[in-house]
Write a protein that binds this ligand. Structure first.
Ligand code: MLT
Length: 324
């Protein structure tokens, strides 16, 4: 088969795919126009975030049959087109959950103990010991907006750290609420999560109902002295409103963002001016172990795809996820 890899994935996985298939790597210095040319006779497309998989792009590939999302988010994919055309889509959300959860903890600890400020003071030869008091996670409320794949992993870790964990979900069932309750996690309304959390972690996909889910009205309702953590998608948070909540209003004590309204080279966010903000370039799932496992599952998805050209399926809502 001819495979286009439109985002950087694990190198070993690319090598294994090359042993059996014709592979086009199109993720460095590739314009949209080049992508449209390169995809022309491809049957498989492998992608991650950062590249727009539009209907126009997929229309350029009449032989396209299989899409492999080497990760979780589908906000960069024209999903209606995929369904309409009956393309098979395989998502691999599970391995990234652990990495994103660990990074959320890294953010919470770094913000609470002001690690970046402490590091900066040392580099400026300042001994700021008595300015840098911090806070424990123990006994604090971790509020999770979206207790799904990543959110539930985070909830388990919050419990292990002695935090009081509350969260909300878009579609709940009494069974799920009970299951979380048994683990010590309370499923409550969004507003309660917002107003009670000391650490508010956003873990929802970006879609119409979650775009700017947290804006000025929501920041105003957050607990004074709380922290915001976003490892989901930039569009879920209104960054201008966040800036105001951190400065003019002083509502929040700090924030850490791995995802941004505008990503890629050449942009410095106004939030970078604030010492109590941590900014990272969408590296939540970039643990080597995680990417290796995702790579292994990409290979598995491609290898198990039937060679039969009449094969055409949409499983569930057009998404097939590998089990954990
Ligand atoms: C994901 O949705 O899996 C993450 O954002 C990682 C990525 O694709 O870069």
């Amino acid at each position: 088969m001819k495979i286009m890899i439109a985002s950087s994935i694990d190198k070993d996985a690319i090598e294994v795919l090359k042993e059996h298939h014709e592979v086009v790597c199109a993720f460095r210095d590739v314009t949209e126009e080049m992508l449209r040319t390169l995809i022309r006779d491809c049957e498989v497309l492998v992608f991650r975030s950062g590249v727009e998989i539009s209907a126009q792009l997929m229309e350029c590939a009449p032989d396209l049959k299989l899409l492999v999302r080497a990760g979780s988010g589908l906000d960069n994919l024209d999903f209606d087109y995929v369904q309409q055309r009956g393309l098979k889509l395989v998502r691999i959300p599970q391995p990234g959950a652990r990495a994103v959860m660990e990074m959320a903890f890294a953010f919470m600890l770094a913000l609470s103990r002001r690690l970046l400020e402490a590091d900066r003071s040392m580099r400026e030869s300042r001994w700021a010991k008595h300015e840098l008091d911090g806070h424990l996670l123990l006994g604090k409320t971790l509020g999770i907006v979206g207790v799904g794949n990543i959110g539930s992993c985070l909830a388990d870790m919050g419990i292990a750290w002695g935090m009081n964990v509350i969260g909300c979900v878009e579609h709940s069932s009494p069974e799920r609420v009970q299951m979380f309750h048994e683990k010590g996690v309370q499923i409550v309304e969004f507003d309660q999560v917002l107003t009670e959390a000391d650490y508010l972690s956003v873990n929802v996909p970006l879609k119409e109902s979650t775009r700017t889910l947290i804006g000025s009205a929501e920041f105003a309702r957050m607990k004074p002295g709380s922290y915001l953590i976003n490892l989901a998608r930039g569009g879920v948070i209104d960054e201008k409103a966040l800036y105001e909540a951190l400065t003019e209003r002083g509502q929040l004590r700090g924030a850490a963002l791995d995802v941004h309204e505008q990503e890629w080279e050449g942009r410095v966010s106004p939030l970078a001016r604030l010492p109590n903000v941590i900014l990272t370039p969408h590296i939540g799932a970039m643990a080597v172990d995680t990417q290796r496992e995702i790579g292994r599952r990409v290979v598995e998805a491609v290898s198990s795809f039937p060679a039969d050209t009449s094969y055409k399926t949409i499983s569930g809502y057009g998404v097939q996820a590998f089990p954990g």
